[in-house]
Write a protein that binds this ligand. Structure first.
Ligand SMILES: [Zn+2]
Length: 304
């Protein structure tokens, strides 16, 4: 993966809340309690057993999301070697992903694309879906249409889950934006209704939703030819090795692999994101076809 060092990084697509929740005592201001707390516990448990990259519906949490302060991020990312910085690189990934969907969403779903900001947070964050912390892993909140990530997650992904590849980062973000697409397209709401109708199939339906987000990540990777606000290419290249790193990441975060890693036995009934093999298969299918139309994991027989 080679990023264009001259690409202009649009930090307006990021909401930098890292100073609000991190380190020096900001945590005290975060109300943890009521419905939010319950939601968090459930989500963290899910995350430990295999729910990374979830779509997050912390029930009953609600409320107004916080807003951050992009001043220092904007300064940092306007400097000449900005793409060497993790937060600026990730902003550029977000730019590329949204640049793709701005055209592809109307073409494939018929409606205009609505941009979604990515929130950088440290430790804890208040969202439209309730309060969350870093243990949740990156997630998308349909209630406020935002992607949330504590960038230290990548260290956990590299050191504890064995996915150190650089391309893990855009894969993670493209997966989360896949959930945003599902939200805009109505797929997510339809799946929730289906889950309510047949609660026994709730996990199977969740797997289909997650695998579709993996497929959308692959579709973006194939079409990551977007440009910055000044018309410059964002990626100079994405290589076979990058795609392999995306596949490696997918293989490390499959439900079966995570269950084994946590020392338990593999229990397919508890799968919510799909096996390592399935996650790789759908990322690959998205990449090879390059079209969201080939990501229908809800079609009969598509996911067994
Ligand atoms: Zn997900």
């Amino acid at each position: 993966m080679e990023l264009n060092e001259n690409a202009r990084i649009d930090t307006s697509q990021i909401d930098d809340q890292r100073s609000a929740g991190g380190g020096g005592g900001g945590i005290g201001g975060l109300p943890i309690g009521g419905g939010g707390l319950t939601g968090i516990i459930v989500t963290v448990l899910v995350a430990l057993v295999g729910g990374y990259f979830g779509i997050n519906n912390l029930s009953g949490g609600g409320g107004e999301p916080q807003t951050g302060d992009n001043t220092s991020l904007q300064q940092e990312c306007s400097q000449s070697d900005a793409i060497k910085q993790l937060d600026c690189r990730n902003a550029l990934f977000v730019n590329s992903i949204q640049d793709y969907w701005a055209d592809a969403f109307p073409q494939n779903f018929g409606d205009p694309y609505k941009p979604s900001k990515t929130v950088y947070f440290s430790n804890q964050v208040r969202t439209g879906c309730g309060a969350a912390d870093s243990g949740t892993g990156p997630f998308y909140c349909p209630a406020d249409d935002r992607v949330y990530i504590d960038l230290t997650f990548y260290r956990l992904l590299a050191d504890q889950l064995g996915a150190p590849g650089e391309f893990a980062q855009p894969y993670v973000l493209a997966h989360e934006y896949g959930h945003h697409i599902q939200d805009l397209a109505g797929t997510e709401a339809a799946m929730r209704r289906e889950q309510e109708r047949s609660p026994g199939d709730a996990n199977k339906l969740s797997v289909k939703l997650e695998l579709q987000a993996d497929c959308y990540a692959g579709v973006w990777a194939k079409n990551a030819t977007g440009t910055d606000v000044g018309g410059q290419k964002i990626f100079k290249s994405i290589s076979d090795q990058d795609i392999q790193e995306g596949l490696d990441t997918a293989s490390k975060i499959g439900d079966d692999t995570l269950q084994q890693r946590s020392g338990g036995s593999v229990n397919p009934a508890e799968f919510t994101h799909g096996t390592s093999a399935q996650r790789q298969q759908w990322f690959r299918q998205g990449y090879e076809s390059g079209s969201p139309k080939n990501c229908d994991t809800f079609a009969a027989g598509a996911v067994s």
